[in-house]
Ligand binder design. Structure first.
Ligand code: BTN
Length: 322
């Protein structure tokens, strides 16, 4: 870890507290000059670090820039060596994850960005990803399984995001099948799961799990087509946690479920949070729109619907309207 990263990690863990340059240098076992250089570098990156003659340096509690240094200390023991890559801006963290896997096929970790210029949504849509007000992250996973498990990964991720939000804020998010997270009737988070085919084994060797959470996006800023649908976790005046905390919490919850996906035990919670069950829904089929009643989530995360003719059908992919 560089001195700058060490200084940042210390300041992130002691946000709002002051420490003198000398004490910081002693604690980190580096020179005072390198602390000074590190502080200047961090300030240039946008960290609000106050320096007072008597007290020393203090990272403002307002600061919420995504960093490995802030996330790692919040991760569970099992994830301490997880690779965490952060960017100021990027086209799409899912695209970046694919580029990394191309270069380094054994990469496992997570890519985060303050902003996405080409954020990607499901079904070819774009995902609105303004700077510093959302959480955009892509997990690179190597499940020892085939594409059937992509729905399990997606549904488990939806549960993990709900758990993380609930743990940190007390709010109770719900899920719209298959993987949209709603709060107060508005979509606050979307998940895009993409598989990378291993050409030799003809199986999905890598899964990129992209999570986009509207963290404190001013609702008036959403594009027109999202105005009636999209919501935000916090309005900008009432933010009680940092995005670094939320990122760590999502990772902790997801990786707690991930090793045991095959047991499907998390589906119980998925069903409880899934607000479409019992409701009339519509979905596209060819050029038609079909109306049906959502009745259950099956053991693979599929949505079972009752058609007007009394037959049932299981949806495994796509989008429903309610
Ligand atoms: C959807 O609701 O349609 C899915 C949205 C997924 C957005 C996330 S943000 C991080 C990752 N990178 C992307 O380009 N998309 C996903």
């Amino acid at each position: 870890m560089s001195t700058k990263e060490k200084v940042l990690q210390y300041l992130e863990q002691h946000k709002g507290e002051s420490i003198s340059g000398q004490d910081l240098a002693d604690k980190l076992e580096v020179s005072r000059t390198s602390v000074w250089k590190a502080i200047n570098g961090l300030k240039k990156e946008g960290y609000q670090i106050e320096a007072t003659t008597n007290k020393g340096y203090q990272l403002s509690v307002e600061t919420d820039l995504l960093s490995e240094a802030a996330i790692v200390p919040l991760l569970s023991e099992a994830l301490k060596n997880h690779r965490i890559l952060t960017h100021k801006t990027i086209d799409s963290t899912n695209l970046e994850a694919k580029r990394i896997v191309n270069e380094e096929p054994s990469f496992e970790g997570v890519i985060l960005s303050e902003e996405q210029t080409k954020g990607r949504g499901r079904l070819g849509r774009t995902f609105y990803s303004p700077s510093e007000s959302g959480l955009y992250m892509s997990l690179v996973l190597r499940p020892a399984a085939d594409m059937d498990n992509a729905t399990l990964i997606t549904t488990a991720a939806a549960v993990a995001v709900c758990q993380a939000i609930e743990t940190l804020t007390g709010k109770e998010p719900q899920i719209k099948w298959v993987n949209d997270i709603f709060l107060d009737g508005r979509k606050v988070c979307g998940i895009l799961t993409e598989g990378i085919m291993d050409m030799e084994s003809r199986t999905i060797g890598t899964i990129i799990l992209g999570i986009g959470l509207n963290f404190r996006v001013p609702e008036k800023d959403f594009p027109d087509e999202l105005q009636s649908i999209a919501g935000t976790l916090f309005d900008s005046k009432n933010v009680t946690v940092t995005r670094n905390q939320m990122a760590a919490e999502i990772l902790n919850h997801f990786y707690a479920l991930y090793p045991d996906l095959a047991s499907r035990s998390y589906l119980e919670e998925y069903r409880k949070r899934c607000f479409v069950l019992g409701e009339q829904v519509t979905f596209p089929q060819g050029s038609e729109t079909i109306e049906a009643k959502a009745i259950a989530i099956d053991n693979d995360g599929g949505l079972i619907v009752a058609l007007p003719n009394g037959e049932t059908k299981t949806l495994t992919y796509g989008e429903i309207s309610i």
